[in-house]
Design a binder for this molecule. Structure first.
Ligand code: GLA
Length: 392
């Protein structure tokens, strides 16, 4: 049974009525521009064909009741209890409930109507794998409260409120990329977003190119604190570089030549972090021209460079991700391979000639398993539409 049908049928069993709304909110894969969104750079994600599905209706109770099918856990909370970061009976919120609770908190800050709901949700975006399972949950509940509250807001605005939920409520100081991609995805398109101006445009990959996602199956603990640490390092680098470049507001404003000239003013570790960002932003500046000219080979090279930089300078890779990338880069038809998302485990993204994609996936899986003794999950993905209400 499809996930959408499953959440509906579970809703009916649990709440003894038909749900009023069904929502689908996708995860995302990022092709290039990693760890640059919170440095005001450009990013190139696509929403993917894996998503969170939510079945919901208004509730007669003063609190919302949410059933997370995948964990088989329930949480219930109200706008008031959420402010105290608890459930309605003052017990702690389970970790997964911070995402929907954060959305409620963020909407209440805007004084938007957020009626209590009964909801059942389930997702086939793997958790903690760099494919934005949390942004999918956030965008799903954004749409749920939008439908129940009877107000309307542009998708990008909703994404900003979801980002606020994640950074200020959940406590992961993220950029806008994930929520944006989940909100604004377009079928068969990559999304080129300027994280400073928030202007964006769809870009097309040639139809004979496949996007292959390879999940190492590794999940790292403490990824959130390591992520926040990277974010802080970038802010610190800006502060130090401002002594010589007073006009800069973000690493986006630092040209590679200036960075090279001034890099010895930064402590060694900070220099490596900032260099990744400055050079990655420079790589991103080439993307539109390359893709418009169909220069996939060159684009793939940028992906490979990005991985090396995330591994050696930003230090967010791990042995398993490096193995997955090294193997992929030797396989026939592979233009580029790199870790995708925040890192610290999770998935790689690979651009592969369509005719070789099946073989690529098989050989990559076999070789990775032989090398690591781990069972990877590898699949060809397709750029999908953003979060939406589905007719039921
Ligand atoms: C996570 C964050 C994003 C972005 C990526 C790294 O997915 O949520 O905002 O910073 O890491 O590019």
């Amino acid at each position: 049974m499809e996930l959408a049908e499953q959440v509906i049928s579970k809703y009916i069993n649990r709440f003894k009525s038909q749900p009023q709304y069904l929502i689908r909110a996708p995860g995302r894969v990022n092709l290039l521009g990693e760890h640059v969104d919170y440095n005001a750079g450009l990013v190139l994600p696509a929403a993917i064909d894996r998503a969170t599905y939510i079945a919901c209706s208004p509730s007669a109770t003063p609190h919302s009741t949410l059933w997370a099918v995948d964990l088989n856990q329930e949480a219930f909370f109200s706008a008031e209890s959420v402010s105290a970061k608890t459930q309605a009976d003052a017990t702690p919120l389970p970790e997964w409930a911070f995402y929907p609770a954060g959305v409620l908190w963020s909407l209440r800050q805007e004084n938007l109507s957020t009626p209590a709901m009964n909801a059942v949700f389930s997702s086939n975006v793997p958790r903690g794998a760099g494919l934005s399972s949390s942004a999918a949950v956030e965008m799903g509940f954004m749409l749920a409260w939008q439908a129940l509250g009877g107000w309307e807001m542009p998708a990008l605005q909703l994404a900003l409120l979801a980002q606020k939920a994640e950074s200020q409520y959940v406590g992961v100081n993220c950029g806008i990329m994930d929520q944006f991609a989940s909100a604004c995805g377009i079928k068969d398109k990559l999304l080129l977003l300027d994280c400073r101006s928030l202007e964006w445009k769809p870009l097309t990959l040639p139809t004979d190119i496949a996007i292959v996602i390879a999940d190492t199956s590794i999940r790292r603990k403490l990824a959130a604190s390591a992520y926040n640490e990277r974010h802080q390092a970038c802010a610190e680098a800006v502060r130090l570089l401002q002594k010589s470049l007073p006009h800069i507001r973000a690493l986006r404003d630092v040209r590679v030549e200036d960075f090279n000239r001034l890099s010895d003013q930064l402590p060694v570790k900070l220099e490596r972090r900032a260099r990744h960002v400055v050079e990655e932003i420079e790589r991103m500046n080439q993307v539109e021209a390359l893709l418009s000219a169909g220069k996939i080979q060159e684009f793939g090279q940028l992906m490979n460079q990005c991985h090396a930089s995330l591994r050696d300078l930003y230090e967010v890779s791990c042995a398993e991700l490096n193995s997955m990338v090294e193997i992929a880069q030797t396989l026939k038809g592979c233009y580029g391979a790199r870790l995708t998302g925040a890192g610290f485990g999770g998935c790689t993204v690979n651009l592969v000639e369509q005719t070789h994609a099946e073989n690529f996936a098989l050989t990559l899986a076999e070789t990775y398993q032989a090398r690591t003794n781990l069972q990877p999950e590898i699949y060809i993905t397709h750029a999908a539409r953003g979060a939406e209400l589905i007719e039921i």
